[in-house]
Design a protein around this ligand. Structure first.
Ligand code: C5P
Length: 221
């Protein structure tokens, strides 16, 4: 029996993570947060004090990464046995992730790690190239976006709730430069798959987005 895959791609702050998690739970499918793989690599690189210009060093660190996901109440990510969950969400981690994500060989090394998430009864995968590169044959594809201002505002609230003190202007400019890097890179740039449903969440509630995504999947698949 083929394993169904639902991909949700889009820029940071569009609500992909929240929507994907809830949709996966609703469907009873596995969930791949592909950004967390690039973020884990960013953390591994900083632990090893790697030189971001040294591709060979980055590749060997990427190859040696042993990632384990434990689902308690929250998702816990372990890198080589160490809990790195707290560092995963920081802006620095996201920025370094997006720098190394532009290196084609890095994407190649991380490709299989992502494909391995496809297991019965199904998978919801979120990222930038889930529907275009990693799971091009996915049964259901969504491209989820929102205005840059709205995304910055959401990200700001998220960080403040976590007790991380940030400046809205700085967040806006970081979001813009990360988007630009993700869209302009030559390998697997952020782009809407031809067969993806486009959703602009700027003026929508999370529940409305979830309902629209779920409406793609026929009942009782
Ligand atoms: O989605 P998240 O903000 O966690 O992703 C962090 C960075 O990882 C992105 O800015 C992007 O550069 C990279 N990424 C990617 N491909 C994916 C997921 C994330 O290049 N599928």
């Amino acid at each position: 029996i083929p394993i169904p895959v639902l991909t949700i791609d889009g820029p940071s702050g569009a609500g992909k993570g929240t929507v994907s998690r809830i949709v996966a739970k609703e469907l009873g499918w596995h969930y791949l947060d592909s950004g967390s793989i690039y973020r884990s690599l960013a953390i591994a690189l900083s632990q090893k004090e790697a030189d971001l210009a040294n591709v060979d060093q980055i590749l060997s660190i990427a190859q040696a990464m042993d990632l384990a996901y434990e689902c308690d109440d929250e998702l816990i990510v372990k890198l080589n046995g160490e809990d790195i969950t707290a560092q995963l969400g920081t802006e620095t981690t996201g920025n370094v992730a997006s720098i190394v994500a532009a290196i084609p060989e890095v994407r190649q090394v991380l490709l299989q790690k992502q494909k391995d998430f496809k297991k019965p009864p199904g998978l919801v995968a979120d990222g930038r190239d889930m529907g275009t590169v990693v799971f091009p044959d996915a049964d259901f594809k969504v491209f989820l976006t929102a205005s840059a201002a709205k995304r910055a505002e959401r990200r700001y609230k998220q960080l403040m709730e976590k007790g991380i003190d940030v400046n809205i202007h700085q967040i806006t400019s970081e979001i813009e430069s990360r988007d630009c890097r993700d869209k302009e890179r030559l390998t697997a740039p952020l782009a809407q798959a031809e067969d993806a449903l486009f959703i602009d969440s700027s003026a929508m509630t999370i529940d409305a987005v979830i309902a629209q995504v779920l409406s793609l999947v026929p009942q009782r698949l």
